[in-house]
Design a protein around this ligand. Structure first.
Ligand code: IPE
Ligand code: IPE
Ligand code: MG
Length: 248
């Protein structure tokens, strides 16, 4: 059954963040090398970006490569970087046609030069698109991002443009990589792992979490719509009581 029609159009999360996990296990189940799973995972990315456009999700952050993933076997890291470059160069035109704006968060300078170049060209090409903003988290970890924000703020204090009493949540947010995006209302993790793995620790402070056993290469539109429907059945209280929420 197509679940799209069961979605309430008046309660769509603006921003969905996804930990795309389970490519390796998917490949193993199919008797293939891990990298085969990563290739198949690209098809899920394409579908989920499209699904966001269909239901009106404006921001989609995908955790594609973590700081910790640099510790994987060199063969896998190299293959992932190659896949990244080839995917971006092949998909940029399609993303552009669909009105998708591409953005990146993470330690982009640690990526291979070819990858940085492809990313920059695709970001420039799609810069004025407004249908969906697709944010790739690459060489990203939240502790790295927060430490980087602290460094930037400390520098401003050293330079005398800020005082320590200026430090607020807002100032910290303005110095995170995600400063131009709203916080995600919904965080999805596939593959049955129930952890956050250094992803958007600050930004997910009040997000709803959705965990599914489905492996990323099998996570397609209907699975995404299921997650949206689950989100729509939650009561977001932000510290208030249920009675306060329902009387509004
Ligand atoms: C997620 O799938 C993709 C990346 C981390 C790049 P995994 O590669 O972690 O797959 P599993 O968890 O080993 O199945
Ligand atoms: C998290 O997946 C990172 C990405 C999806 C890119 P991992 O599979 O690397 O996470 P852990 O290390 O098992 O928690
Ligand atoms: Mg994994």
């Amino acid at each position: 059954m197509d679940l799209k029609h069961s979605i309430n159009k008046n309660n769509i999360p603006q921003h969905v963040a996804i930990i795309m996990d389970g490519n390796g296990r998917w490949a193993k189940q199919h008797g293939e090398d891990r990298i085969f799973g990563h290739h198949e995972g690209v098809n899920s990315v394409r579908e989920i970006v499209e699904a966001c456009g269909e239901v009106g999700v404006k921001y989609l952050t995908l955790y594609a490569f973590s700081t910790e993933n640099w510790n994987r076997p060199k063969d896998e890291v190299d293959a992932l970087m190659e896949l990244l470059v080839s995917t971006i160069s092949l998909e940029a035109i399609n993303l552009h046609k669909k009105g998708v704006r591409l953005q990146v968060i993470g330690d982009v300078e640690s990526l291979p030069a070819s990858c940085q170049k492809e990313l920059q060209e695709s970001m420039d090409l799609t810069a004025n698109n407004t249908t969906v903003t697709l944010i790739l988290a690459l060489s990203y970890s939240s502790k790295w991002e927060i430490a980087d924000a602290v460094k930037k703020i400390a520098r401003k204090i050293e330079e005398g443009t800020h005082k320590s009493s200026d430090i607020t949540s807002k100032l910290i947010e303005e110095n995170l990589n995600t400063k131009n995006y709203p916080d995600p209302e919904l965080m999805i993790r596939t593959s049955g792992e129930h952890r956050i793995s250094n992803f958007l620790l600050w930004q997910l402070a009040y997000a709803e979490f959705y965990f599914t056993d489905v492996l990323w290469p099998d996570f397609r539109k209907n699975e995404f719509f299921k997650a949206i429907i689950s989100y729509q059945n939650r009561e977001r209280r932000f510290g208030k009581t249920s009675e306060q929420i329902s009387s509004n």
